[in-house]
Ligand binder design. Structure first.
Ligand code: SAH
Ligand code: SF4
Length: 358
């Protein structure tokens, strides 16, 4: 039926799909489980290495389900050991994946946390004014296998498994909805990467209707909202998406998500000097967080070359944080661990593109 002559990456398949496709081809279905085990448990990167499969079968399947990884162009580590991989995809586009070891006060207290920050698109169509990913517009969605291989490549480089994943790299995850959902299924599956749903966080700039759709998944996947402004006035200045989904509508969608999950929602709030760091915004942010029982992650703005925005002074950051805490809102400041390697979304790719042009 489908895909007979149309190769599909092995990393784009669920166990269920592979099983039924093998069955259609008259190949014993127990092979599907074996194959997934080679890829996700034993971590081989080619068909030749799957030694429990007959050679002819390996050759046959290699043509139908090639295993192709993006090329690791650079791997940079910063002083605090945040590591960043710049990957070149088959069509020459670049994406970034970041590994943040230990606990950057992201989502919890564990100290052995190894977080991977994954990209979902090449570029981004949402054009937030402060963000490097949106500056050059949108190129394309990442394919499922391109999302999965970020995890496999990082784990290979790291030498052990990650235990936390955030979709906070380049792109808007909920705008690549179908591939995001399938990738999450593979990440979460016991036969796949095997990462618990509670260890997966999807960050969105606020696509309210998608948030509602996403809420229908049964798993306890965490949701982070890039709020960055407590009022329409402030938010619309820096996030064009707010015109489509204003704050009130976004908050309703969040409430719906929260009602379907046991997980708390997180508000991400970049602090940008003179734009959204007024005390009044902190007060309104606290109100919204209280209503949703959300926690707040403050992120001092990470400077992007060519953009005018700056982070507030340390004191101003602290005043903002204190206001939230006084109002009993669980809030942290995320000290940018990867500051010295352009860890904020889209920055490394941009630099690479500009270097290639020159
Ligand atoms: N598109 C999604 C996920 C990717 S962005 C979203 O917007 O949520 C991941 C986070 O990085 C977002 O909260 C985004 O606002 C933030 N971010 C983007 N540029 C940044 C910068 N220069 N400094 C600090 N955080 C930034
Ligand atoms: Fe896109 Fe997120 Fe960057 Fe906004 S912050 S431009 S939604 S990647």
């Amino acid at each position: 039926m489908q895909m007979k002559n149309n190769p599909s990456s092995l990393l784009n398949l669920t166990l269920e799909e592979l099983t039924s496709q093998l069955e259609e081809r008259g190949i014993p279905t127990y092979r599907a489980k074996q194959i997934m085990e080679w890829v996700y448990q034993k971590r081989v990167t080619s068909w030749e290495e799957m030694l429990t499969l007959p050679k002819t079968l390996r050759q046959e399947l290699n043509l139908i389900y090639p295993i192709v990884f993006p090329e690791v162009v650079t791997a940079s580590g910063s002083r605090d050991t945040t590591q960043k991989l710049l990957l070149r995809l088959a069509d020459g586009e670049f994406i970034e994946t970041v590994l943040i070891p230990a606990s950057p006060a992201l989502y919890g207290e564990e100290s052995d946390r190894r977080t991977i920050c994954v990209s979902t698109q090449v570029g981004c169509a949402y054009g937030c004014k402060f963000c490097a990913s949106g500056l050059d517009g949108f190129k394309r969605n990442l394919r499922v296998e391109e999302i999965i291989s970020q995890v496999l490549l990082v784990e290979e480089k790291l030498g052990h498994r990650i235990n936390n994943l955030v979709f906070m790299g380049m792109g808007e995850p909920l705008a690549n909805f179908e591939n995001l959902n399938k990738a999450i299924t593979i990440l979460n599956a016991p036969w796949g990467i095997g990462l618990g749903a509670r260890k997966i966080t999807v960050s969105t700039s606020g696509l309210a209707s998608r948030i509602r759709e996403f809420a229908e998944r049964p798993e306890q996947i965490r949701l982070a909202i890039s709020l960055h402004g407590a009022t329409d006035e402030v938010r619309s200045q820096i996030m064009p998406v707010n015109k489509r989904y204003p704050v009130a509508e976004l908050m309703e969608a969040c409430a719906y998500y929260a009602s379907r999950k046991k997980q708390l929602i997180t508000f991400e709030y970049i602090l940008i000097a003179g734009v959204n760091d007024q005390l009044e915004q902190a007060r309104l942010l606290a109100q919204q967080a209280r209503r949703l029982r959300a926690k707040v992650n403050l992120i001092p703005y990470n400077k992007v070359e060519g953009l005018p925005w700056e982070r507030p002074s340390d004191e101003a950051q602290q005043v903002f944080l204190n206001e939230l805490r006084q109002q009993k809102i669980p809030a942290t400041i995320r000290r940018e661990k990867g500051h010295d390697i352009d860890a904020a979304c889209g920055q490394l790719r941009r630099r690479m593109q500009h270097e290639e042009k020159n």
